[in-house]
Design a binder for this molecule. Structure first.
Ligand SMILES: [Zn+2]
Length: 177
């Protein structure tokens, strides 16, 4: 099983986490690596404001990349939150994101493949043939002529991107399951 350090050494996982909690938040992740700690301890060690540390922790918690145990101090009655990382989940989150992107691109490909498009040369408004015909090949925005566009380049780009995602998803399934 992956430990946190090797996960942070993986550029893709690191990029995902950085997008989620920013570079600053990554300091909290590093401080919590391979152990358990309270939010107060993490704030003290990182020199960050307690609210910032908590925001990072709750963001991680939202994505189930961290979990906490709540305990109550019997004497003063306060709750203490002891946190730990669940970083292995990052691979599942990356997979889900790629899966969603793959679905969106496949949908777009279906929508444009084999269809004829027209576009306004001035504002680059894109309209399918049926709509262009209804508009009598005039741009609804500016009235300029709508011209035939070749969607082949876009189709090819989508196909390449879809293939790349499919390949990455199958490699990821082998590596992390
Ligand atoms: Zn126009």
């Amino acid at each position: 099983m992956n430990n946190g350090k090797s996960i942070l050494g993986d550029p893709e996982a690191r990029r995902f986490l950085t997008e989620l909690v920013d570079e600053e938040g990554l300091d909290v992740v590093y401080a919590l690596l391979g152990r358990e700690a309270t939010d107060e301890e993490l704030a003290e060690e990182t020199g960050m404001k307690i609210n910032t540390v908590r925001r990072v922790l709750y963001k991680l918690y939202d994505y189930r990349l961290a979990s906490y145990v709540r305990t109550r101090d019997a004497e003063i009655g306060w709750y203490t939150y002891t946190w730990k990382l669940e970083l292995e989940r990052v691979y599942e989150l990356i997979r889900q994101r790629k899966q969603r992107l793959l679905e969106a691109l496949s949908k777009e490909l279906d929508a444009i493949q084999g269809r004829v498009f027209f576009a306004c040369s001035k504002d680059e408004r894109y309209v399918p043939f049926e709509e262009a015909a209804e508009l009598e090949f005039r741009c609804p925005e500016c009235g300029s002529a709508l011209e035939h566009v070749d969607a082949e380049e876009r189709v090819q780009r989508l196909q390449r991107e879809i293939q790349r995602l499919e390949r990455e998803l199958s490699v990821a399934a082998d590596a992390h399951c």
